[in-house]
Unconditional design. Structure first.
Length: 277
């Protein structure tokens, strides 16, 4: 059988960790396949989508800034992509180009790994109302969390998301966060606050009950200021790296026919890569 081929495309793409993740799995399972980073400029993306089959690819991942263009450009979309409004995974099925979104799956699977039972812990507070927040809210709804509170600097963006996701999802400005945390079971940061060189905390985990879980989808640094503050307070914390690893699983299975495992060894490899850069 011919080599199975997949890709990740974005612009820029050089810093993507996806080739390391998929390359590790290809070697681990002894699969005759390749996974290649392809830089595609915005203006060329529509043409790139049409060339996937002819290029011998079974599919691939899509990252910034192409996730919305991929959503618009595929022939069919899965339920998660429809809900999130963005596509991060492409695959060909009988010549038809499908688009899915595995970010919400990655988010939930990371918590399943590191905080089992998390979905039964009570109301969730989500900081941020951008693309990443949509994937998180989709996952929270899928797991049956009935009280999801979006907190955002710009209230109108939070309100847009609350309207989009409907019952059980509410929108709040930053000033309300203290009160919203007081009975929450889960706090999720989806904003860039807490990345290297970034400024103050949007929410103080000291206001959470003792049983609350705190997670950040930012994984550089691995322990963000929010996670550090939560740990000091004695709360359960989960870093964002597992979301990156788990979002890769469904694509690998689709293209290469093997469901891969997220192992401590894979995590160590990617942590070393992050620390080296
Ligand atoms: P992503 O796709 O990564 O979620 P995004 O769509 O640009 O990125 O969304 C960024 C989120 O971080 C938004 O919720 C943004 O708040 P606004 O909607 O008010 O812009 C939030 N954010 C970014 N910088 C921020 C800051 N300095 N203070 C508070 N919130 C910030």
């Amino acid at each position: 059988m011919a080599e199975r081929r997949a890709f990740v495309t974005g612009h820029p793409i050089a810093h993507s960790r996806s080739p390391k993740i998929h390359g590790h799995w290809l070697a681990q399972y002894g699969i005759d396949g390749s996974y290649q980073a392809i830089d595609v400029a915005l203006a060329d993306f529509a043409r790139f989508l049409k060339s996937i089959g002819a290029g011998g690819y079974r599919g691939g991942n899509v990252t910034i800034p192409h996730k919305e263009a991929a959503f618009a450009g595929v022939a069919r979309r899965d339920h998660a992509a429809e809900q999130i409004g963005a596509v991060n995974t492409l695959w060909l099925e009988d010549g038809v180009l499908w688009g899915g979104n595995t970010d919400g799956h990655g988010f939930a699977a990371n918590l399943d790994d590191h905080a089992p039972g998390w979905a039964a812990n009570g109301p969730a507070v989500v900081l941020g109302a951008g693309g990443a927040s949509r994937a998180v809210i989709h996952a929270l709804k899928q797991r049956g969390i009935g009280d999801i509170r979006i907190v955002n600097r710009t209230l109108a963006r939070a309100q847009e998301l609350a309207d989009r996701f409907g019952a059980g999802v509410s929108a709040h400005g930053a000033g309300a966060v203290g009160e919203l945390l007081s009975d929450a079971g889960l706090l999720v940061n989806t904003t860039a606050l807490g990345m290297h060189g970034n400024e103050a905390l949007a929410a103080d985990p000291a206001g959470l009950p003792g049983h609350a879980i705190v997670t950040d989808i930012v994984y550089m640094p691995l322990e963000t200021p929010l996670l550090a503050a939560a740990r000091t307070r004695g709360l359960k914390t989960v870093d964002g790296l597992g979301m990156l690893l788990h979002q890769a699983v469904p694509g690998f299975e689709l293209w290469f026919g093997q469901k891969p495992e997220v192992t401590p060894e894979l995590r160590r490899i990617i942590v070393a890569d992050i620390e080296a850069h």
